[in-house]
Design a binder for this molecule. Structure first.
Ligand SMILES: [Zn+2]
Length: 325
């Protein structure tokens, strides 16, 4: 039997490490430490991504799985005259999903300040209908820093500057009924699953038929992925990323989601058939689905010239890029 507590622990720890795209050093260090503890070989790319290598019997036809460690977030765009911060979004999401959320501002000299993302008209007692009707555009939001700062200079004196990273509270909660609710389950749920697989193989001394690479990519949310770092003997590439349950979709939170087509077109037909058969033979629940507003590390790799069979599988994540379940 599988020990789901281990996956749960991995997931909670991963969700606890802020990692908006461009700010993934801390989470890579966490993964490095885990791999070191298990004596698993790995390489780190110039762009900061990491690939763990589990040698197989066949070293000519390697299988590479990827999961992305980067998440949505924001960057300080302007220090306003009132000492508050305007932000620029990292990744694609609706601003209202983080309205009123606690955040951390990470300065270049490793200081962290707490704050809250609010609209510029946050109080119903002051702004009444204007507060309700304010368009939820990024420009109508600001960070109120939890420090006594009332001017641009005072905020600058804290050491905050343009380009500082802003991470949002994940509000991670595992309910008594077993649901996991959190921001950034995309794609940390997959990262946790992969770390567990590595641990499982390690504890049970499993040598795979083919060499398997687990690639932790760090620029997925902005689309340029990890192509040149995919080990060159890779003949099969599987992006492990979220499936999208919801209106009109076949995906669920209770099955492995297998994507047959996304905004970049169809995934490898025969390879998907193979994966479906593996699910059938091993009694793994699965659902095939099409994601019209989606692209993955697989599609990014293909656009950069990857010559391998490619697929996308993953856990079903409800309300993706919002408060996910
Ligand atoms: Zn994702």
């Amino acid at each position: 039997m599988h020990n789901t507590k281990i996956i749960e622990n991995y997931l909670t720890e991963l969700l606890n490490i802020p990692s908006p795209t461009g700010y993934t050093k801390d989470i890579i260090n966490y993964i490095k430490k885990e791999l070191d503890n298990m004596n698993v070989e790995y390489k780190i790319g110039n762009k900061g991504m990491l690939v763990a290598i589990i040698e197989g019997i066949d070293k000519e036809n390697e299988i590479t799985f990827s999961a992305h460690i980067d998440t949505l977030g924001a960057m300080v765009q302007e220090i306003k005259a009132n000492g508050r911060l305007a932000v620029s979004q990292i990744g694609g999401y609706m601003m209202n999903t983080i309205e009123g959320e606690n955040c951390l501002i990470h300065t270049r000299d490793n200081k962290k300040y707490e704050g809250t993302l609010q609209t510029i008209k946050p109080s119903i007692h002051i702004h009444a209908s204007e507060a309700k009707e304010l368009p939820r555009d990024c420009k109508n939001y600001e960070i109120i820093i939890d420090e006594e700062v009332f001017s641009k200079d005072e905020t600058k004196n804290l050491g905050i500057d343009i380009g500082d990273i802003v991470s949002f509270d994940t509000r991670t909660k595992i309910t008594n009924s077993g649901y996991i609710k959190s921001r950034y389950l995309d794609d940390k749920a997959s990262v946790a699953a992969i770390l567990y697989v590595i641990k499982y193989m390690n504890i049970n001394n499993i040598k795979p038929r083919n060499t398997i690479n687990f690639l932790f990519s760090n620029y997925e949310e902005v689309g340029h992925g990890c192509a040149t770092f995919i080990p060159k003997n890779t003949t099969e590439f599987i992006a492990v990323d979220m499936g999208c349950p919801g209106e009109g979709q076949n995906s669920t939170e209770y099955d492995v989601c297998i994507c047959t087509k996304d905004s970049s077109g169809p995934y490898d037909y025969d390879f998907i058939s193979e994966i479906v058969n593996i699910c059938k033979e091993n009694n793994v629940n699965y659902k095939l689905d099409i994601y019209p507003n989606y692209s993955s590390d697989a599609t990014a790799a293909l656009k950069a010239g990857l010559n391998a069979k490619f697929a996308l599988i993953g856990p079903g994540i409800f309300a993706s890029h919002g408060y996910e379940r």
